[in-house]
Design a protein around this ligand. Structure first.
Ligand SMILES: Nc1ncnc2c1ncn2[C@@H]1O[C@H](COP(=O)(O)OP(=O)(O)OP(=O)(O)O)[C@@H](O)[C@H]1O
Ligand SMILES: [Mg+2]
Length: 257
């Protein structure tokens, strides 16, 4: 009985928190009215479902004291009194001193659950804000994927996730597919990756790069080389090349010691 009282009290004192889901690249991020990101607290499925249904999510506590997120009408989110902050804007400091300052104070952005040395975390942030590619190596389960995802969750930048270790057809994932339609005839549909590299300041995660098919490495060669940064859609004559947009950072993970 006493426990129940405590839970009830806890419920009363806990601040009301409602988040809105914003789509960024192929990820669904959750922001509250103050523009604070809560993406990592909510499952991907719940975020996606809420976004698709145009619903907001409210943090609630069940009888056993566990937190859960409940879909509520968007009007509940709108009615909260805090000012509306445009979270869709890309907040990348441009001035050199400002960038330095941002990197120095970036350790606060690291999720508490992620065990990582301060210098390593700052190096990650530095590379991302300066548009430099990063390759994270380490044995299985050392937190490569977790660190990469935490990085994109901490920055207000469009982010895209590609698991190259799980793709069967690198060409279809990175370039696109040719389809046939009775009315339209043969047509080409671009892969999401083509859109991702054309999004300025995007952070693109290439997970399990070391497990990718060698064809994927060939396609990515020119994309990841800082002196080239383009993607060739076809090898044939008059082939179209797509340039990687300004500020795009690739964060890749690979197995290794
Ligand atoms: N540095 C860390 N800090 C906190 N948790 C960690 C850390 N490293 C691993 N973990 C825990 O281990 C789990 C697996 O980590 P993760 O998937 O990021 O490893 P990985 O390096 O990507 O492995 P793989 O090479 O198999 O892809 C994480 O979900 C997390 O719970
Ligand atoms: Mg991994």
């Amino acid at each position: 009985m006493r426990d129940l009282e405590t839970i009830k009290k806890g419920k009363k004192t806990m601040d009301k928190l409602i988040v809105k889901i914003e789509k960024s690249g192929n990820r669904y991020n959750a922001f509250d009215k103050d523009g604070v990101k809560h993406t990592s607290d909510i499952t991907t499925g719940a975020r996606k479902k809420a976004f698709m249904n145009g619903m907001a999510l409210e943090r609630r506590v069940n009888k056993s004291g566990n937190k859960y997120w409940w879909a509520v009408p968007m009007s509940e989110f709108e009615s909260l009194s805090a000012p509306v902050i445009d979270v869709s804007s890309v907040d990348v400091p441009s001035d050199h001193a400002e960038v330095m300052n941002f990197i120095h104070s970036s350790y606060d952005l690291k999720p508490k659950g992620l065990v990582m040395k301060e210098l390593k975390w700052k190096y990650l942030i530095r590379s991302a804000v300066r548009g430099k590619n990063i390759l994270m190596t380490g044995p299985a389960g050392c937190g490569k994927t977790m660190a990469a995802k935490s990085l994109v969750n901490s920055l207000d930048r469009p982010d895209f996730y590609f698991n190259l270790g799980a793709t069967q057809d690198p060409r279809a994932t990175l370039i696109g597919n040719t389809h046939f339609d009775k009315k339209k005839g043969t047509y080409f549909s671009e892969a999401l990756f083509v859109k991702a590299i054309q999004t300025p300041n995007a952070v693109i995660l290439l997970d399990e790069l070391s497990r990718a098919h060698p064809d994927a490495w060939n396609i990515l060669m020119t994309v990841l080389d800082s002196g080239q940064r383009y993607l060739r859609l076809d090898e044939g004559e008059g082939q179209e090349t797509i340039n990687v947009a300004e500020g795009v950072t690739f964060v890749a993970t690979a197995m290794g010691c």
